[in-house]
Design a protein around this ligand. Sequence first.
Ligand SMILES: Cc1cc2nc3c(=O)[nH]c(=O)nc-3n(C[C@H](O)[C@H](O)[C@H](O)COP(=O)(O)OP(=O)(O)OC[C@H]3O[C@@H](n4cnc5c(N)ncnc54)[C@H](O)[C@@H]3O)c2cc1C
Length: 488
Amino acid sequence: MGVTHYDVIIIGGGVVGTAILRTLSRFQLKTALLEKSVEVGWGTTKANSGIVHSGFHSEPGSWKTKLSVAGNRMFDQLCDELDVPYERNGMMMVARNEEEEDILAHYHEQGLENGVEGLEMLSGDETRRLEPNLASDIIAALRAPSGGIVAPFELATAQAENAVANGAEVHTGVTVTDIAHTGSSFAVTTADGASWIATYIVNSAGLYADDLARICGVDAEPIIPRKGEEYLFDQRLGRVIKHTIFPVPTPKSKGILVIPTAEGNLMIGPTALELPYKNDVSTTAEGLEEIFSFTQGLVPGLNRRDIIASFAGVRSGSPTGDFIFETSHGGKGIHLMGIESPGLTAAPAIAELVRDMLEDAGLSLKAKPDFNPRRPRVIRFKELSDDEKEQVIQDNPLYAHVVCRCETITEGEIVDAIRRGAKTVDGVKFRTRAGMGRCQGGFCTPHVVKILARELGVSPLEITKRGHDSQLLVAEAKAFLQGGEPND
Ligand SMILES: Cc1cc2nc3c(=O)[nH]c(=O)nc-3n(C[C@H](O)[C@H](O)[C@H](O)COP(=O)(O)OP(=O)(O)OC[C@H]3O[C@@H](n4cnc5c(N)ncnc54)[C@H](O)[C@@H]3O)c2cc1C
């Protein structure tokens, strides 16, 4: 059998790579995405604050500004088409003294220049009327109603799923190790020894994009890994804050925030720590202390005992401070580097920019007449009315069986997630929230393993937490899983 010749190969299945894949799936092209993890979305995309920025933070004229303001405007339609949790909850940058108030005025002006809609300056009282749980020493706020929150992992998986439904290919568990250009095409080599041929390549490999760009002859400055720890509160706490609350920024980051998540939790973070390595996602006692003491100053009612989970993500810190779009091979190789915050917000607009760059380099874009922008709706059982629940259970009794008690996630939802591409316990967890509640999977993990093994037709011993060598079970546990009933 001959080797497939792709029009475009995208390397990296984060929110950016999958956005590009979906955008290209609108056209009559043969496209493939290569992702080294077992599933898409497990890089920086899995571990961030989930904020759809309004665009007042970055400097006028920068890529960050142009693409985040444009990206922000695309989110309503994008998340509606893909059925991804998303809400325009608004952002507030708050000031506690006159010096900070002057900084707010600067960001107000910058936001206006950047084209951010609906910006308004509020007094301390006006701020607390909208957010009664904020600290009493807050004297002013800059409010941006266009700010939003989204479930970032779900966005990446939904983009990939929709692209595949429209004819694109996603190959996971394949690490690109070499890229060569011979004649008029690229030969992309993966760690398993396979060779993938394409006329165009898009390097969207996040933290590792600089390494791949250098292989293609780009004189890429090293990406600066910058870790951010985040801490998640129990959903029982509810929405003590509606807007995403920002302090005035620090030289290194947008500061430590109080963030309502699209899934209904409250989150605090992130830290910003430059590191020599790209893969340190540990959380630390110092990180928790720094974040908790700072955010308690913003929202005094926060209680450390309500924190149920922590995680860290690593930003692809840009050596120029802005997103970097380099090309190689006469524009046929496109390299995305330094896609740090607000890269999630900018992702849909980055995808359109890359589409245009490919067209400029000679790629012919003929619209696919039968492109379907919609992903089949996800049944989120907990959110249904009683009548809807009854109907869903009648259609599929697996929805009557609650597997994750903390988050009320049913077997029907878990099976649906597996049929849409989840292969691991974390894949199920991030798609459905099974294991994200107070007990952090203490109860439901064995049952999720059992369902995964059944649906994938493999032994429970082969089911991993997040692929590679993250096996969960030893032989003795298999006996329990073969005998025990879920909800025992
Ligand atoms: C703590 C934190 C908070 C943030 N908060 C926000 C926010 O609120 N709003 C916002 O807009 N942005 C935010 N960001 C930034 C945002 O998360 C990123 O800009 C975005 O996720 C980048 O997506 P990506 O697809 O470029 O990278 P990634 O998600 O890292 O994807 C790159 C992919 O490439 C794969 N890959 C790497 N090398 C290879 C290889 N050799 N072969 C095959 N595959 C490979 C990786 O496995 C990975 O899946 C935050 C970031 C952090 C760390």
